[in-house]
Write a new protein. Structure first.
Length: 130
C-alpha cells in the first residue's frame, strides 16, 4: 500500500501539510469539513503537492519535516524549485551566512525516508560546555 505526504492550499491561501495511507478518502474528509481543524476553518482545499512512500512512518516523518519549513520554502517545493531549498534552509537570523543548513532530506523522491540531522554530537557539546 502506498502512503503519502501531501500539501493542501486552503481558501485563505495558507498551506496544510498532512500524511495518510488513504489519499482520496483523506482529501474528501478535508473537503467535507471532517479533516483537521485548519482545513475545516479554511476550506475548501486544493491538493498542490504530493510525495509517495512505501511506509506511513516515512510519510509522517516527511510531513513533520515540511511542517517546520517557512512558507517560502514550501512554495519552492510545490513549484519544483529544488535548487532553492538548500539556500532556504539557512537561518534568517544568521546574517553572516557562516552556519551550515540542516540537511532536509531529498525532496520529490518517492519511497525515500527523510534524513534527520544527527544531533547527538550537539547534545554532548552542550553538556561538556557546562
Amino acid at each position: 500500500m502506498k502512503c503519502h505526504m501531501y500539501i493542501l492550499k486552503c481558501s485563505d491561501g495558507s498551506f496544510y501539510t498532512g500524511s495518510t495511507k488513504y489519499l482520496e478518502l483523506r482529501i474528501k474528509q478535508h473537503q467535507d469539513g471532517q479533516g483537521a481543524n485548519h482545513t475545516r476553518k479554511y476550506g475548501p482545499v486544493e491538493l498542490v503537492y504530493l510525495e509517495e512512500f512505501d511506509r506511513i512512518d516515512f510519510a509522517f516523518n516527511r510531513e513533520k519535516q515540511v511542517q517546520g519549513w517557512s512558507r517560502k520554502k514550501k512554495e519552492s517545493l510545490i513549484n519544483g524549485e529544488n535548487n532553492k531549498l538548500r539556500a532556504l534552509a539557512y537561518s534568517t537570523r544568521d546574517k553572516s551566512g557562516l552556519s551550515e543548513p540542516v540537511p532536509s532530506g531529498s525532496s520529490n523522491q518517492t519511497n525515500a525516508s527523510p534524513q534527520s540531522p544527527d544531533r547527538e554530537g550537539e547534545r554532548k557539546s552542550k553538556k561538556e560546555t557546562k
